[in-house]
Design a protein around this ligand. Structure first.
Ligand SMILES: C[S@@+](CC[C@H](N)C(=O)[O-])C[C@H]1O[C@@H](n2cnc3c(N)ncnc32)[C@H](O)[C@@H]1O
Length: 324
């Protein structure tokens, strides 16, 4: 999608939100609200993979938190994809600029101010934070955010609606900020964050608008590691009733074309695995909208993540290792 088209679509989102209090939130659209922070325990699942062997990685972009976590762990070659074109402007535009500009504490403070939905900052304060980031962006991203800053300020005045720009664009209003800090590698502590800042300039990170349904259409790889977040939760839109274990096998076979032998695919992030899947005696679908239950899995590993953040439930991942 061109810069002009992305700006036009972003303006629509902003106008509809400020003039009509309307926010449409489909998760697989080519331009809709995006994630400014992950809702996954990325630090937990990256521990399950030997990152020293992961030289070439393909990951969903979303908030950028998966990619930035990988960079903080020293990975230099990362291809990213997303169906939502806005994710590029969020992650590689805004978030990257925050990493370049801020030290650890300032990054946390400003991300909190911009993205915690319980915080309402003054419109001028928000625009000042965003404007100060513009010099740290590549020109395409600078153009996008500068236009949005100007347009939002105008429409906020016209409509008398002072909803914050980032709150309008943000889809993740769930994750508590205090927990978020402990979910990604690069925010573990000051040293990890410094490693990200040192590595980010040296990393080769690309972005493609692509649908995870057929990644070999767009990417050649071969990759040592592929991270798919919980995208498979949305495949029922295409596959409906056919979304079962057989389809997962076909999907894995197709993806295997771009994976090295012994490469790893993080196929699915399962939210609240313990509270849902185990209580319902393994009848609960592991992947939303599918028929796949835990006892179906033959060659995949189901790894439970003891997510410190919620004491009542545990998350899990479905991992597939390609045989050598
Ligand atoms: C599945 S969503 C959920 C948020 C995620 N758990 C995280 O931590 O960021 C993550 C990203 O996947 C993208 N997405 C959804 N369906 C997709 C698809 N079929 N192909 C590519 N990206 C997709 C969304 O646009 C979003 O940016």
């Amino acid at each position: 999608m061109s810069l002009e088209e992305a700006i036009g679509k972003a303006k629509n989102l902003i106008y509809e939100s400020l003039a009509y209090d309307f926010t449409y939130r489909p998760c697989d659209s080519n331009f809709s609200n995006g994630y400014f922070r992950t809702n996954e325990y990325v630090l937990g699942y990256l521990k399950k993979v030997d990152l020293k062997l992961s030289k070439y990685v393909l990951t969903v972009l979303a908030s950028g938190d998966q990619a930035f976590s990988l960079i903080s762990e020293g990975i230099k070659n990362i291809d990213t994809f997303d169906v939502n074109a806005l994710s590029e402007y969020i992650a590689l535009g805004l978030k990257r600029a925050m990493i370049l500009k801020y030290d650890y504490q300032a990054f946390l403070d400003n991300l909190f101010l911009l993205t915690d939905q319980k915080v309402r900052i003054d419109n001028d304060e928000e625009m000042a934070i965003l404007s100060d980031l513009l010099p740290f962006m590549e020109s395409k991203y600078r153009m996008f955010w500068q236009t949005l800053i100007d347009y939002t300020t105008k429409v906020q005045k016209e409509t008398g609606n002072n909803r914050n720009l980032i709150h309008i664009l943000d889809k993740n209003d769930v994750t508590n900020f205090y927990n978020y800090r402990k979910m990604v590698n690069f925010l573990k502590n000051d040293a990890h964050y410094q490693r990200l800042r040192e590595n980010i300039g040296k990393a080769n990170i690309t972005f493609q608008e692509a649908n995870a349904l057929n990644l070999p259409n767009t990417f050649r790889g071969p990759y040592d590691l592929v991270l798919l977040s919980n995208i498979l939760d949305y495949f029922d839109f295409q596959w409906g009733d056919h979304w079962d274990y057989k389809m997962l096998k076909k999907y894995e076979e197709n993806l295997a074309q771009i994976i090295v032998d012994n490469g790893v695919v993080m196929l699915e992030y399962v939210f609240e695995y313990e509270s849902l899947a185990t209580i319902f005696d393994n009848c609960y679908p592991l992947i939303d909208g599918s028929k796949i239950v835990a006892s179906d899995l033959e060659t995949e590993e189901l790894i439970v993540l003891p997510r410190y953040a919620t004491h009542t439930s545990k998350d899990a991942i479905i991992l597939q290792r390609k045989k050598g």
